[in-house]
Design a protein around this ligand. Structure first.
Ligand SMILES: C[S@@+](CC[C@H](N)C(=O)[O-])C[C@H]1O[C@@H](n2cnc3c(N)ncnc32)[C@H](O)[C@@H]1O
Length: 453
């Protein structure tokens, strides 16, 4: 008869926190006790069976998976299951002691287990795009949100496509009780749990897209198994993704920047320098709710309309192409040599022309003549060309309010002619040098990126 797990068992962590746990399992005593403590009682075996069922559901939604890295594999709780299910598995963990234990256990012996590799999830020793899937169970929820994002990014770098991980969510009675106890001052114990939104944001920030959230036991467990796929917003997956398209000859060189909607890379293409904008999955989905033309195509078309408007080419980055495919959208544009106005002005860049604001006014006038409105003119959205010192537009993903008014009153005012189609541009032009709004927006962006938990 299996003994009941107790708080005094050597493998029961005695403290909270990732740094402690990272060290904790690197001990033979802990590794030797781990299975006994975790999996031997019938209740725990049922719990493991439910977790494995959820993992199988996630795997059933993938395709083309042959190789999996089980990270961290611990003592191989699921390594043997994966091997028996027909996958080629590599077990990986920071603790040699845990992996040695796995290699000894009868349930973890199978020809499909290719071996074990010591690895730190923060910097994996595996080559980019070297496996079909990475599976990470009972791990990420021990890690602080910032480190977790870095780890997810690593998973996305190494995995050709799929990432499967479990998370602890906040939609449980236990979480409610903890919130209440904390409010009443009865506990100070941390109890980090994620919402759907914060969990998706973590994956998104790491360039991954959540495809499925599988509750381990609906209503009765606070665990999810999450299936995500690589969103192709890291250079390696982008190169792979482009290989099968008619932009296979685009050579991605480096990352230029990252915004809320996209990640932008510098690349060489047909003898020139270009920029490749890879849209983030959430941005694609948000746009799809508002407009029937997909985001990449929408931006390309609007870019083209501005570029081809009489007299405008000198003010606009040349649009070169786009791709819209399931799970992947990108657009290709001339790579501008310059600095976004906000930073150029802040750093008193000597190349800003004294005529800059006059040029901007001319740009607005020509756009309106061509019936193009709502340019989204602000200091982060206009580049200062290093050669001419004048303005260059490069961002065209905003749906103009003239096409889609944000509320019915604005729509009515437009119809009745009480609001001019170009009014917003003229207003933005007049306060172009006032950075208050831009700085507030920037601050919000950095807070959302760095602070979500
Ligand atoms: C609770 S166990 C989970 C193991 C296994 N997936 C399971 O479900 O039984 C956590 C494991 O994470 C490993 N670990 C901790 N920090 C790590 C890191 N930075 N990189 C890789 N493994 C790590 C520990 O050595 C330990 O084996």
């Amino acid at each position: 008869m299996a003994k009941q797990p107790s708080r005094d068992d050597p493998s029961k962590p005695k403290q909270h926190g990732y740094e402690y746990k990272k060290q904790f399992y690197q001990s033979s005593e802990v590794a030797a006790d781990y299975d006994e403590h975790r999996f031997r009682t019938p209740k725990r075996q049922r719990r493991n069976a439910r977790k494995w069922a959820a993992i199988q559901k996630a795997l059933a939604s993938t395709n083309g998976v042959k190789t999996i890295v089980d990270l961290p594999c611990g003592t191989g709780r699921f390594t043997g299951h994966l091997a028996r299910a027909g996958y080629q598995v590599v077990g990986s963990d920071i603790s040699i002691e845990m992996m040695q234990q796995a290699a000894k256990l009868p349930a973890v012996q199978h020809a499909n287990i290719a071996g074990y590799v010591r690895a730190d999830a923060e910097a994996l020793p595996f080559a980019a795009k070297s496996v079909d899937a990475i599976m990470s169970i009972r791990f990420l929820f021990h890690v602080d949100p910032e480190t977790r994002r870095r780890m997810l990014r690593e998973f996305g770098r190494v995995s050709r496509r799929w990432v499967i991980a479990d998370y602890r969510h906040k939609y449980s009675i236990r979480y409610g009780v903890w919130r209440l106890s904390r409010a009443l001052g009865l506990t100070k114990r941390p109890f980090e749990r994620v919402s759907v939104k914060s969990m998706k944001a973590e994956f998104e920030d790491a360039g991954l897209r959540v495809l499925e959230i599988i509750p381990v036991r609906r209503g009765l467990s606070d665990k999810w198994v999450v299936l995500a796929e690589s969103g192709h917003s890291d250079p390696e997956s982008l190169k792979l993704r482009l290989k099968d398209t008619h932009y296979a000859d685009v050579e991605v060189t480096d990352k230029l920047g990252e915004g809320k909607r996209s990640v932008v890379y510098r690349a060489r293409w047909r003898g020139r320098e270009v920029s490749v904008k890879v849209y983030k999955p959430a941005a694609i989905a948000r746009h799809a709710c508002k407009h029937k033309v997909p985001l990449a195509e929408f931006e390309h078309r609007r870019n083209k309309a501005f570029f081809e408007a009489p007299g405008m080419a000198r003010f606009v980055a040349e649009p070169l192409g786009f791709i819209v495919e399931p799970g992947f959208q990108m657009s290709l544009q001339e790579c501008l040599d310059g600095e976004v106005y906000y930073f150029a002005k802040r750093d008193r860049a000597p190349f800003i022309s004294p005529r800059f604001i006059d040029d901007l006014a001319e740009l607005v006038r020509l756009s309106h003549e061509a019936r193009l409105y709502d340019i989204d003119l602000h200091a982060m959205n206009v580049m200062v060309d290093r050669q001419t010192g004048g303005p260059k537009l490069f961002d065209f993903n905003q749906i103009p309010f003239t096409e889609r008014p944000q509320n019915p009153l604005v729509g009515l005012a437009l119809k009745l002619g009480l609001l001019g189609k170009g009014s917003r541009d003229l207003r933005k032009l007049a306060r172009f040098d006032n950075f208050d709004r831009v700085e507030r927006k920037l601050l919000k962006f950095y807070e959302a990126r760095d602070g979500a938990g």
